[in-house]
Ligand binder design. Structure first.
Ligand SMILES: C[S@@+](CC[C@H](N)C(=O)[O-])C[C@H]1O[C@@H](n2cnc3c(N)ncnc32)[C@H](O)[C@@H]1O
Length: 295
């Protein structure tokens, strides 16, 4: 390994030394979860379990693996998230592939899944679901994994994101109940849906520069930018939902907690009625379910 100022590992470190060195380096760099990130990178890169890490710290590690760990650790120090470095991320009960073309799914988005499942209360009943801005497939595939009678359409403007969503559907044996369409939100869908879900881009254009580096520099801009007031995509989604939802059908959207009232006003202007506003695990309003009236 070349000697340079930034090199993390030198000599022939054993398993325990690799972990403690990395943890210290991540702490010094003020990474928000240094111990967890160090453990994940070490165990995933060296293909060892956490138990082995604790029980067998003297284990020898070959030079190629140390080099790969060094490469990944440097990526983390440069701001890439662990999910992006490993190319996968846990969401709901699924392990999802994540690439540079997809937003990395966030734990807060599970609030959307909870409201969606509440709208499809009978587990095996047939239902048609659309996810507008499907990304990795996180929301749609979580719903399909829980509602075995449901079929879904995932829409994205990004063809590359759709490729990943399809791969994730195949990976979880959900592809026979999911299809994927490249379109501007609901513009290409003529069916009536029982449930429409969306986590649209909702960061105001001016706020993007101030986002955390892992988001600003690595999530696709297309997945973030909601325009001048952050509401551009909602206006389109709400307008499309008017014709996409069957009477009595439900739309669930993720929101920025600060935009709660503004999002609700846009929805009500288009004839959608608020049913529930749900908080995420931090106690922030994160998802809204809306109903199309029975007419
Ligand atoms: C915030 S991400 C959500 C991704 C995924 N649903 C999730 O929750 O992790 C928004 C997604 O909307 C897509 N998108 C942006 N503009 C779109 C448009 N006009 N029509 C369809 N999809 C769009 C982006 O490509 C991105 O995948």
């Amino acid at each position: 390994m070349p000697e340079s100022r930034g090199v993390i590992f030198t000599g022939e470190p054993d398993l325990g030394h690799l972990y403690t060195t990395l943890r210290r380096r991540f702490r010094e760099a003020q990474i928000s979860t240094p111990d967890l990130d160090a453990r994940l990178l070490v165990t995933e890169t060296l293909d060892v379990t956490t138990t082995q890490l604790i029980a067998n710290p003297r284990m020898a590690v070959d030079a190629d693996q140390v080099a790969e760990l060094e490469r990944r650790a440097q990526e983390r120090l440069a701001g890439r998230s662990i999910g992006r470095i490993l190319g996968r991320r846990a969401f709901w009960s699924l392990d999802l592939r994540v690439t540079d073309d997809t937003l990395e799914p966030r734990p807060e988005t599970e609030t959307v899944v909870e409201l969606a499942l509440a709208a499809l209360a009978t587990p095996d009943a047939p239902a048609l679901v659309a996810d507008l801005g499907v990304g990795t497939g996180a929301i749609l595939l979580s719903i399909l994994s829980e509602r075995l009678g449901a079929h879904g359409v995932g829409v994205d403007i990004s063809f590359k994101a759709l490729i990943e969503a399809r791969r994730n559907a195949e990976r979880h044996n959900l592809d026979h109940r999911a299809m994927f369409v490249q379109a501007n939100f609901g513009s290409a869908l003529a069916q009536q849906f029982d449930l429409v879900v969306s986590n649209p881009p909702y960061i105001t254009t001016d706020d993007i520069a101030g986002l955390d580096r892992a988001v600003r520099d690595f999530d696709p801009l297309l997945a973030l930018d909601g325009g001048e007031d952050g509401l551009n995509a909602y206006r389109v989604v709400f307008t499309h939902a008017q014709h996409m939802l069957r009477p009595g059908g439900t739309l669930v959207v993720e929101i920025d907690p600060a935009a709660r009232d503004a999002v609700i006003a846009e929805a009500e202007r288009r004839g959608l009625e608020v049913e529930t506003v749900a908080d995420d695990l931090n106690g922030d309003a994160r998802a809204v379910s809306l109903r199309r009236g029975m007419v």
